[in-house]
Design a protein around this ligand. Structure first.
Ligand code: ADE
Ligand code: ZN
Length: 329
């Protein structure tokens, strides 16, 4: 019998984890025509990252009710659990869930939370949420999002982040939102160093005071920054399959995750938007094992780093750590 290694995923967009068939089914039920976002095989079709963001938003437009998100949450967690994921943090955006209205956002959140509790019972996977404004929607909307986050911070909503087009605005433009979230007790992360270079990573870290960086891999282009990140223990939410599918790196051996790890940076492994990039956590592990010769001990070490960096409460962290200890190699 093969033992599935317990995995921890810290960087997953809930809408981005929706299988194409799931979105097609919802669109069919609502009589919506979104055929333009699929290829001949029924997979999502996009030309580049910016087109990907458009396709993502069209797919998400089908999810217009809390119960759509409840169905999605269960489907995504079932799939993640099948890959061996025992703990997952997902990005949730009040932009998509209720148009940044706090009351509507609470309704979406209640539905997602209830579905997550069911998935925990049935599939043994724990979910926590990171509220995430969309960078290209601008700082004003991010403020409203931060207020939604602050209102709902607690055991389930544990973090605040920033996703979307890294070429738009600067991290400092979102300072108010991040401070608001921090004051509400939320832990902080920010996408950077995916489409922006090392200066973008440094700006997010310096100006927003985040403890994790979404992607962050282009830090590799500045050796001084790599040293600084390693020394400060900043955690990178690496999503190698996503970076390769979007053309940032040509193939797995070219991905900097192994070089960052060798230089002492705390790296973790996630899928980002798995059906868009034809990946799963199990596939990420298999590709990394092949490209870098990583064995179970390496993966377990990375899973421990992920558990340490998780934004959940200490009891939940202890429970995940116990699952990892049981799998000790
Ligand atoms: N939203 C969904 N996936 C994303 C990515 N890879 N980068 C930035 N924003 C995103
Ligand atoms: Zn992402």
């Amino acid at each position: 019998m093969t033992v599935i290694e317990p995995k921890i995923e810290l960087h997953l967009h809930l809408e981005g984890a929706a299988p194409a068939a799931f979105i097609r089914q919802i669109a069919f039920e609502k009589r919506m025509n979104i055929n333009g976002i699929f290829d001949d095989h029924g997979n999502y079709a996009y030309r580049d990252f910016w087109h990907f963001l458009e396709v993502y938003e069209v797919a998400t437009s089908t999810l217009s009710r809390p119960e759509d998100y409840a169905r999605l949450t269960r489907a995504v967690l079932q799939e993640s659990a099948a890959s061996g994921v025992v703990y997952c943090e997902t990005f949730l955006s009040p932009d998509f869930c209720g148009g940044r209205d706090v009351g509507a956002w609470r309704d979406y959140l209640a539905a997602i939370h209830e579905a997550a509790a069911g998935a925990e019972r049935d599939f043994g996977i724990v979910l926590r949420g990171i509220v995430t404004p969309i960078r290209h929607f601008g700082p004003e909307k991010a403020r409203e999002t931060a207020l939604c986050a602050a209102e709902t911070a607690g055991d389930f909503i544990v973090g605040f982040g920033l996703a979307g087009d890294e070429k738009k605005w600067q991290p400092i433009d979102f300072k108010w939102s991040f401070e608001c979230a921090r004051e509400a007790g939320l832990r902080l992360t920010c996408h950077a160093g995916e489409w922006g270079g090392p200066e973008s990573v440094r700006a997010a870290w310096r100006d927003l005071g985040v403890e994790r960086i979404g992607h962050g891999v282009r830090a590799i282009e500045d050796p001084r920054l790599v040293e600084d990140l390693a020394e400060a223990g900043v955690v990178l939410e690496c999503c190698p399959g996503s970076n390769i599918a979007l053309g940032i790196y040509p193939d797995w051996p070219a991905h900097p995750i192994a070089r960052l790890r060798e230089r002492g940076v705390r790296v973790t492994i996630s899928t980002d938007d798995p059906p868009f990039f034809h990946t799963t956590m199990a596939r990420e592990y298999a590709h990394l094992a092949e490209a870098f010769g990583w064995d179970d001990a390496v993966f377990l070490g990375i899973a421990r780093t992920s558990a340490e960096a998780a934004f959940c409460d200490p009891d939940t962290r202890d429970k995940i750590m116990k699952k990892l200890e049981k799998a000790d190699v």
